[in-house]
Structures are given as structure tokens and as C-alpha cells.
Ligand binder design. Sequence first.
Ligand code: H2U
Ligand code: ZN
Length: 338
Amino acid sequence: MFDWNQDPHRRFNPLTEEWVLVSPHRTDRPWQGQMEKPAVETQPAYDPNCYLCPGNSRAGGVRNPTYTSTFVFDNDFAALKPGTPVAHFEQSGLLIAESEPGVCRVVCFSPQHNLTLAKMEAADIRIVVDTWVEQYQSLGADPNIGYVQIFENRGAMMGASNPHPHCQIWAGRALPDEPAKEQAALLAWRERNKSCLLCEYARLEESAAARTVEANPHFLTVVPFWAVWPFETMVIARRHMGSLDQFTAEERDGLADILKRVTARYDRLFDVSFPYSMGFHQRPTDGARHDEWHFHAHFYPPLLRSATVRKFLVGYEMLATPQRDITAEAAAERLRSV
Ligand code: H2U
Ligand code: ZN
């Protein structure tokens, strides 16, 4: 008799139309591989050597103002540049390239060098949410900007170059691959079922409860059925809204509240400032309505079994399909227990 909690199986991600291999029986395998150094835990409230602290000079030479709340600046080493001229290249249908104009910004959550989302008051995260809304709207209003990606790399393990709590915004003309896969799946579902994939999914998860981690009146956080990263979560808006600019004031507070609760829960799991990449997926800003879009956030944390053992997506996962040991249900249960 097949046991979904023990036996190897594949799970389908309807949002990207990709599969993940789940091998729960492997959770006891020994680990003699790389151990990460535990992250330096105590950061000062102000670091004179930090590029992002108020009043300090940045790497490019510009001095930060003595800011007292959330602070936004143009990335000094931007991957995208606004004035990039239009250019296309094509050869034999095999070599294809196009120019990509855009804007990259950095958002310091607060002046305090050691105040992560997990430690901030929800009322202060609300100011960050308001900043995200403003940035999404103003960048999206530019006819050259078709998609605004807001994301946070948290912790050295995820390649964050600076511990000062901040996120990045990369806004470009093209729809990047991850949201493009989701958009195709959301559109196809809508066409086929005359409903929204994520509205249905949120309802299903709420009644199943097995993968739910956090909930408030406006958002639900689950370890998705098809999660790849051990403690991956998804924050799903309860209301069908495409993007940050459609939030009510209560929903903005609701997002601040759930982000605090999820990140604080992560910190409690292994008793460290938990590393992750996090970001929002929402309606492109290409001028079309995009009623198919349903706002959500993904948290992709690398840690596997402790503060020092991380998961690598290598080998079979690079060449075939991602794989996980601990089931999504077991991960959700562990997250709920801390
Ligand atoms: P991460 O820590 O998420 O890598 O982001 C930091 C960003 O801040 C990075 O993109 C920018 C880097 O280019 N930065 C500046 O714009 N100015 C600086 O003085 C330091 C870092
Ligand atoms: Zn700092």
C-alpha cells in the first residue's frame, strides 16, 4: 500500500507547471558535507562601516542622508539602466538578444542596522509596505517598465552583500521567466476553469490545514504542496487582487503583520536570523489589465536541518528535477510548532 508520507513520489506545481521529486524516506541520511559558519548574531544598531546606515558614504561615493524611516536610493551598481537604447539581434533563429532598459533601487527598511523584518514592529513594516506600493506605482507608470520585481536577499548564505535590512527593486521592460511561467499557468487555468488558480488553492489549503503556517484576515501562509526548498512558504492574498496598488489600508497592515509573523517564526525554527530570498509576484505593468494575476509572495530559505546545514540544488536537481526529503506537511508542522 502506497504511503504518501514515506514513499517516493512526484508532486506537480500548477503555478509553474513543473514537478518536484519527494523522497521522505531519505530524511535520516547522514550528512558529512559542507557546514556553514553560524551567522554573526549580534549586529549593532549603527555600524560606521555599513554602506547603508544613515549618514555613511556608500561604495560609489554618495553619502546617505541621515534618514529616519524607510529610505530608497538608486542602486549604485545597477543591473539595468534607464536610458538603454532599443536593440534587437537575431541570427538563424538560434542567437537571439534584445536590449533591456530598466531601473534598480535599494530600499533600506529602517535606519537601524540590526532591525530585520522579524524584529520590526508591524506598524513600521507598514511604512515599508507603503514604500513598496509607491515604488510599484511610480516605476510601473513608466512606459518602458513592463514588470517590477521587489525582492529581499536575507543573510550571507543567500548572497546578501550587507546585513543592514534592505530589499531590492529591479524594474525592467520584459516579463522575467518566473512570473512569465506563472502568468501562463494563471491564464490557462482561468480559461479552462473560469476561476482563479490561487483563489482556489488558498481555499483548499485553508480547509485542509495540513500545510498552513500563518493566517490573518487578509493573507494565508502555507508550505506549498509542491515546495522545493525544505521550509519554502508562500504568502497568498485572500482577496483576488493583482498587485500592491489594489490593497486596501487594512490589507497593507495585513501584509505587514503576516511578514513579521512568518519571518519571526523562521528565526525561531533554528534559533538564528533565518536566511532566505523572498519576493512578490504580481501584475506586470505593461498597460494591460491582467485580471488573471493574484498577488503572492514566495519565501525560499536555503536551510535544511539546522542553522549550519543548507540544501544545495545540484546534481539530479540541475540536470533533471528538484528533489526534497522532508514533506511539505512535515515542514509546515515543524514551522507551526515554533
Ligand atoms: P544585496 O545585499 O541584496 O545583494 O543588495 C545590496 C545592493 O546594494 C547591491 O545590489 C547595492 C549593491 O549593488 N549597493 C549600492 O547600491 N551601494 C552601495 O554602496 C553598496 C551596495
Ligand atoms: Zn547599516
